[in-house]
Design a protein around this ligand. Structure first.
Ligand SMILES: NC(=O)c1ccc[n+]([C@@H]2O[C@H](COP(=O)([O-])OP(=O)(O)OC[C@H]3O[C@@H](n4cnc5c(N)ncnc54)[C@H](O)[C@@H]3O)[C@@H](O)[C@H]2O)c1
Length: 258
């Protein structure tokens, strides 16, 4: 085998089976598309099952195998059952991307227990259930990818709960890596900066986007595909000795003091 074949193989996901939460739109949808393009069979799990089915239909139209699942990731059974079903149909589970989260920014005075519970449930507890599903269903070579945020490192205005949840995800990533490492299962995180998706546009104004741009050394906002390509790397054997780590995908924004 020549060197370029070897490096293509290190990035290939042929024969692998992946589950992506919140995979119906935004960053999750881009991850679904990219993992499928790299050769994986992908389970698309989303609160909005009809959107997950649309994503699966788009893959099927390209001849790519996929399955749709509906459910709330804050419930322990949702991810566990989807993982079990994928494994029973496709014989294995290699990649689990915990991406889904419900988010609202706002003043501290307006936080309610319901909002906080929903953010912690969808953004933090779901990551625990994802790691638990990996523990139950993955073998050697497995890869868990948790979508955190650049907000894990920043005092994000109006984002008290969000920043705390995303910082917590990095703690889960490290501890999960330590527990699952001996079985050859890796656990890593991606920390996107501002990325144009429908979900994020609910929470920001055009002025906020301009402000973010001005503070980003690479002078553009991120795309879901920027994040998806890093997920592809972390899912593949190319990152086979990387675990407990995070990769920021933010154009340098968290290091800029502009
Ligand atoms: N967009 C950004 O700028 C940005 C930046 C940093 C981190 N992130 C993180 O990336 C991830 C994806 O963000 P996005 O902007 O693509 O969001 P999005 O709102 O566009 O998409 C989120 C998807 O998750 C699904 N979802 C929401 N709650 C769910 C639940 N309880 N159970 C199952 N599915 C659920 C939604 O239906 C949707 O399809 C989130 O974890 C977010 O915090 C986003």
């Amino acid at each position: 085998m020549n060197a370029s074949n070897m490096s293509a193989q290190a990035h290939s996901l042929a024969g692998r089976v992946a589950l992506v939460t919140g995979g119906a739109r935004g960053i999750g949808r881009a991850i679904v598309t990219h993992l499928a393009d790299l050769g994986a069979t992908v389970g698309v799990l989303d609160l909005k099952k009809e959107l997950a089915e649309e994503a699966v239909a788009a893959l099927a139209a390209k001849g790519q195998a996929a399955m749709a699942f509906g459910g709330n990731v804050a419930e322990q059974s949702t991810i566990m059952e989807a993982a079990a079903q994928l494994k029973s149909v496709h014989g294995r589970l290699d990649i689990l991307v915990s991406n889904a989260m419900w988010v609202r920014y706002g003043p501290i005075s307006e936080l309610t227990p319901e909002m906080v519970r929903r953010m912690v449930g969808t953004g933090f507890e779901s990551v625990i259930w994802g790691i638990q599903a990996a523990d139950a269903h993955m073998g050697e070579g497995g890869s868990v990818i948790n979508v955190s945020s650049a907000a894990a490192f920043l005092g994000l205005p109006r984002g008290l709960t969000y920043a705390g949840v995303k910082a917590g995800v990095l703690g889960l990533t490290r501890a999960g890596a330590v527990d699952l490492g001996p079985r050859g299962i890796r656990v890593n995180a991606i920390c996107p900066g501002f990325t144009t998706t429908e979900g994020v546009m609910v929470n920001v104004t055009p002025e906020m986007v301009q402000k973010r741009l001005a503070r980003t050394p690479m002078q553009r906002v991120g795309t879901p595909e920027d994040v998806a390509r890093v997920a592809g790397f972390l899912a593949s054997p190319a990152s086979g000795f990387v675990t407990g780590e995070y990769i920021k995908v933010d154009g340098g924004a968290t290091y800029a003091h502009l």
